[in-house]
Design a protein around this ligand. Structure first.
Ligand SMILES: NC(=O)c1ccc[n+]([C@@H]2O[C@H](COP(=O)([O-])OP(=O)(O)OC[C@H]3O[C@@H](n4cnc5c(N)ncnc54)[C@H](OP(=O)(O)O)[C@@H]3O)[C@@H](O)[C@H]2O)c1
Length: 341
């Protein structure tokens, strides 16, 4: 297989490249060259996704059997890239997100659920940010899906809609934040119901599925864990690898946290009360070959990365994650003073 990966050195793209090399595929990556080194054994083409001349130059390095695109955020950019690659690539696998659905995070979702309406040539500011949704991010992804499908045709397009992705090299920093918090020990404010089922998917499982699709599977796929494991399992797994003896999880119900203004999703990462957050059906992907590893394995491997090479969490999103020690202590004191919540 000749595979083109747009990007390829950060998180999902990195996992895709690594899995493709494990399969002895012939891999080309395309990136600006601003974030780290190229992996060994790939062809690397330098250029900017947003620059049509660079993408036209990239096309001369083809043909490829498939392209995997995690850089699709702005529809008009993706439209231009898809048009430039159309005659040089057999299949376009575009990485979208569950945020492309109108109903996320409120409603249960399947692939035929309504997607946000965004033109295929929209700019970066199309749409709006609502609470709890939709988001300009989701509008943009929906427009990128449309740009690819409209250019390559449905039989040469694969649309992946992952939910939360975790694993080594995670750039958002959600799992690293919890691991570091558990490492700090003491009394840990744990959000909501420990029996709440959650669906984070390991980055390596998304990558494996993307490659499977690259080999010739068309269509739209939600890519999430099945939703059997719980928030309690998740923090238990974090505690098992990171927490000192004597660490105690204090589970505070949603109502208490909401009434105290705790910011969902960010202040206590991955905690969100809306019923659709973790109600995404991925049975279609499973039938097409998606397999997902146990959450404890993702947690263990991410911990090894956190304490080894370590995350560079300097981006904007990582900066808004987490609760301060003072606020956590105040909330715990408040909660315990009204224990009957
Ligand atoms: N995290 C989640 O929970 C989650 C959930 C659902 C969906 N997703 C989706 O998953 C994808 C994650 O992608 P990733 O960041 O992990 O991909 P990646 O391919 O691992 O990293 C980004 C790469 O793109 C390159 N790059 C960035 N801007 C570029 C540009 N303008 N032109 C050329 N290259 C550029 C970077 O290298 P240089 O800096 O050298 O250019 C880097 O190699 C996104 O599409 C995201 O929306 C994520």
């Amino acid at each position: 297989m000749r595979l083109l990966v747009l990007g390829g050195t950060h998180f999902l793209g990195r996992a895709v490249v690594s899995a493709a090399l494990d399969r002895s595929w012939d891999v080309t990556i395309f990136r600006r060259g601003t974030s780290g080194d190229d992996p060994a054994d790939v062809h690397s083409v330098r250029g900017d996704y947003t620059n049509p001349h660079d993408v036209a130059r990239l096309a001369e390095h083809g043909p490829w059997d498939a392209v995997i695109d995690p850089l699709a955020f702005v529809p008009r950019e993706t439209l231009s890239v898809a048009r430039a690659l159309k005659d040089h690539v057999q299949r376009y696998v575009v990485v979208s997100t569950v945020s492309a659905y109108e109903g996320w995070p409120v409603e249960p979702l399947i692939e035929s659920s309504t997607v946000l309406d965004c033109p295929s040539d929209a700019g970066p500011d199309y749409g709006y940010d609502g609470d709890p949704g939709p988001s300009t991010y989701g509008f943009g992804k929906a427009g990128c899906e449309r740009a690819v499908a409209g250019t390559f045709g449905e039989d040469r397009t694969t649309i992946l809609r992952p939910g939360v992705i975790l694993g080594p090299h995670e750039y958002v920093g959600r799992l690293p934040w919890w691991l570091r918090r558990l490492e700090g020990g003491g009394r840990v404010l744990a959000p909501g119901n420990p029996a709440r089922t959650i669906q984070p998917v390991d980055v390596r499982d998304v990558a494996d599925f993307a490659l499977r699709c690259a080999e010739g599977i068309s269509g739209v796929f939600n890519v999430t864990a099945p939703g059997i494991e719980t928030f309690g399992d998740f923090l238990g797994a974090c505690a098992a690898v990171a927490a000192p003896t004597g660490t105690e999880l204090i589970w505070a119900p949603d109502e208490f946290l909401v009434s105290n203004g705790v910011r969902q999703w960010t202040e206590l990462p991955l905690w969100r009360t809306y019923a659709g957050t973790w109600d995404v059906d991925s049975s279609r992907a499973r039938a097409a070959g998606l397999t997902t590893r146990p959450l404890a394995k993702t947690v263990r491997d991410t911990w090894e990365w956190v304490v080894g090479e370590g995350p560079e969490l300097s981006n904007e999103r990582a900066a808004e994650l987490g609760i301060t020690a003072e606020r956590e202590a105040a909330l715990l004191a408040e909660y315990e003073s009204r224990h009957h919540w």
